[in-house]
Design a protein around this ligand. Structure first.
Ligand SMILES: [Zn+2]
Length: 275
């Protein structure tokens, strides 16, 4: 599933490509992508509107069209693919759920193999609510604020706080594992077991990892590609996540182990990350 760096990357690319253009036509191939909204109503709400900006609320892509927003969640396998006018492309294919045609005849396709992704129209009031409901954005959170939030949940496992989107938004399994590994905090550790020095370090490595991942176009573990169909290049940088059985690069004395927490895979070095 795309996490904050992947979505941030897409938002930046979209801003460059679609800001200032008009949505001239909307084709909905699979109505289920609109959740329960009637197709004709959705098309009417957004057709002919000018794109003022593209931003991100947690992992939701928000396209500002003046008196409202188009909100897009890619979920597990959603992809937004940008195709220039006249460019050869495989889209629409059998996984394409929707297409926005722009005033310069370029197209933006939403393709989704597993079809958990969605597209919604939000009026300004609904957009405000979405922003209020989202937790602190990881990229915007300062170190003191970060530690204060963690201290509100002293008995909770740090991994679970990091991946709870209503507390801190944008971090999923990959980046949570990676940050905990580099901060030498065991994924099963609770806030109360962890020194404030380590929590400060965790904030530092999270910022570093996320910024580096954005620069490298994110991580493409399974399906993720950017709007030009390119895979992210961050997985080569992963030091802890996905490296079970390989030597820990920090202590060089123990292998990375893999285990489960809340149904998700966790990776850790038993020597560097003691509970
Ligand atoms: Zn180690």
């Amino acid at each position: 599933m795309p996490e904050l760096p992947e979505v941030e990357n897409i938002v930046k690319q979209l801003r460059r490509k679609i800001k200032g253009k008009k949505i001239s036509k909307v084709s909905v191939y699979k109505s289920s992508v609109l959740d329960s909204v009637v197709k004709s109503k959705f098309i009417k709400l957004i057709s002919g509107k000018s794109i003022k900006n593209v931003s991100r609320v947690a992992k939701i892509i928000c396209i500002d069209i003046g008196k409202g927003y188009i909100a897009i969640h890619l979920k597990m396998t959603g992809r937004l693919i940008y195709v220039d006018e006249g460019e050869k492309s495989q889209y629409p294919d059998k996984y394409t759920v929707l297409c926005f045609e722009l005033s310069d005849r370029d197209k933006l396709y939403f393709s989704d193999v597993r079809r958990f992704g969605w597209v919604k129209f939000l009026d300004t009031e609904e957009y405000k609510k979405l922003k209020e409901a989202a937790g602190y954005d990881t990229l915007e959170i300062g170190v003191d604020e970060f530690i204060n939030i963690l201290y509100k949940y002293t008995g909770k496992r740090i991994y679970n706080i990091l991946t709870d989107q209503s507390i801190i938004s944008g971090i999923g399994n990959i980046y949570a594992n990676e940050a905990l590994y580099l901060a030498k905090i065991h994924p099963l550790s609770r806030v109360s077991d962890t020194s404030s020095v380590k929590l400060r370090k965790l904030h530092y490595v999270l910022q570093k990892i996320l910024k580096s991942a954005i620069k490298l176009g994110g991580t493409s573990m399974r399906d993720f590609v950017d709007i030009y169909g390119r895979k992210g290049r961050f997985e080569k940088e992963l030091k802890g996540y996905g490296r079970e059985g390989k030597m820990c690069i920090i202590c060089k004395k123990s292998e990375i182990k893999r285990s489960k927490l809340s149904g998700r895979s966790i990776f850790y070095c038993p020597r560097c990350q003691e509970v």
